[in-house]
Design a protein around this ligand. Structure first.
Ligand code: FAD
Length: 390
């Protein structure tokens, strides 16, 4: 009976667990198997970059273990299990090196995104951390404690880099950050807004190196601390390095299976991939051309796909979804204009308070960037924005 073949969900991040939670509102009976390469604990990933501000360990952030989640969701949760291949013809997946094959009625890829590893040389790369899940976070905090870290160098001054800069400053560390672009949050904000964030973080003690790339991380002479080398000849002394240069949707498993991928695993608005009975969502997906590695879009996907999998085909729709960046030194809310949209920024600046609005040729608001007290404009401006996928 094909209708009772299990729904298999790959990934137990906010996307995977969020989906099954929604699905169970509509269907209590269909078996669900969830498979994750990590320990399956449920946690809110955005909290990974506020850990020193809020003094939270990995255990504090874990809301429930895999067993508890399985009970809550009436699902079988398989942890520390790597899916290595998908056979879309026979509707099976392969686990690890084993010969084990799992049959699926429907398969959902909620595989997340990998952190991009910058090409850095040196003899101290084991002190370069990227924090992309709860296990990474535990390693990073353990290393900070064990090495009595006082000073951190952050590679990248984008969303994650700036959040970690602010968080570590709040935790009493000194921080230097490096970014090849010219100011904070360069891919999200127009320059005056990025400069406001930079100034606010500098006022708290952060030091930025804009323009150069990090080329090497080595043990310092005498083996106490690290030396980070930049391609402009500058060096930074520190005790630990955090790499935060961005993420890339995990598409390899899908592309190896012959499923269409572009920047992410490509789907239509039903979140159907090019393979029959295979869906994708969360950080790994590209829906109708949109790759959005944030929580609000994956919640919208979970609501729609939860219904679709229960038999009521439902397209995902996206309202405008501004992103809040957790830099309390200078709060930021941004809704970047759509890629390649033609139009002009209007920028009102008062110290670190910036209200920047982007309008297309017809005068329609298409994006905004707000910093400091400027964030008070968020509600009003959000109402004016057209939906991203109406
Ligand atoms: P993930 O949580 O990465 O889950 C992927 C799952 O897939 C994991 O269970 C993994 O084990 C599993 N997996 C991968 N490959 C395999 C395999 N081959 N076999 C089996 N399992 C596999 N967004 C916001 O909207 N607001 C914020 O303030 C914000 N702050 C953030 C701060 C940080 C530090 C970070 C890193 C991200 C932040 N984000 C924020 C982004 C947001 O957290 C992500 O968009 C979201 O958590 C992605 O969830 P996901 O379930 O798609 O991916």
């Amino acid at each position: 009976d094909e209708t009772k073949a299990p729904i298999v969900v790959l990934g137990t991040g906010l996307a995977g667990y969020g989906l099954v939670r929604e699905f169970r509102k509509h269907d209590q009976d269909t078996p669900v198997i969830m498979i994750t390469a990590d320990d399956g604990r449920s946690y809110s990933k955005p909290m990974l970059s506020t850990g020193y501000t809020k003094d939270t360990t990995a255990d504090d952030l874990a809301q429930a273990d895999a067993g508890t989640m399985g009970k809550q969701l009436k699902a079988s949760v398989w942890t520390m299990t790597h899916v290595t291949a998908i056979d879309t013809e026979n509707q099976t997946i392969k686990l690890g090196d084993a010969e084990t094959q799992i049959h699926y009625g429907k398969l959902v890829l909620a595989l997340g995104a990998d952190t991009i590893t910058p090409p850095i040389k040196g003899d101290a790369l084991e002190y370069v951390y990227s924090v992309n899940d709860l296990l990474d976070y535990d390693d990073y905090r353990t290393a900070i404690k064990k090495n009595d870290v006082k000073k951190v160098c952050i590679i990248g001054a984008g969303l994650i880099g700036c959040e970690f800069t602010n968080d570590l400053i709040n935790g009493g560390f000194s921080v230097e950050a490096v970014d090849p672009m010219g100011y904070c949050l360069p891919t999200l904000l127009p320059e005056p807004a990025g400069r406001a964030v930079q100034r606010a973080l500098e006022e708290k003690g952060a030091k930025f190196h804009f323009g150069p790339l990090v080329t090497e991380v080595n043990k310092a002479a005498g083996d106490v601390g690290l030396t980070v080398t930049l391609n402009n000849g500058d060096t930074i002394d520190c005790d630990l390095v955090v790499s935060a240069v961005g993420v890339r949707p995990r598409t390899q498993l899908a592309s190896d299976a012959g499923i269409n991928v572009n920047r992410g695993v490509t789907t239509n608005r039903l979140l159907e991939t090019s393979a029959k009975n295979v869906y994708a969502m969360g950080d790994c997906v590209e829906v109708d051309g949109h790759v959005l590695v944030y929580v609000a879009p994956l919640m919208a996907q979970a609501r729609a796909l939860g219904k679709t999998l229960a038999g009521e085909a439902t397209e995902v729709s996206y309202p405008a979804m501004p992103v809040t960046i957790k830099t309390p030194a200078c709060p930021v809310t941004v809704n970047p204009p759509p890629r390649d949209m033609e139009g002009d920024w209007d920028i009102q600046e008062d110290g670190n308070n910036v209200v920047a609005t982007f309008r297309d040729k017809s005068g329609q608001l298409q994006g905004f960037a707000l910093t400091g007290d400027g964030i008070k404009q968020k509600m009003a401006l959000q109402k004016e924005l057209p939906p991203l996928l109406g």
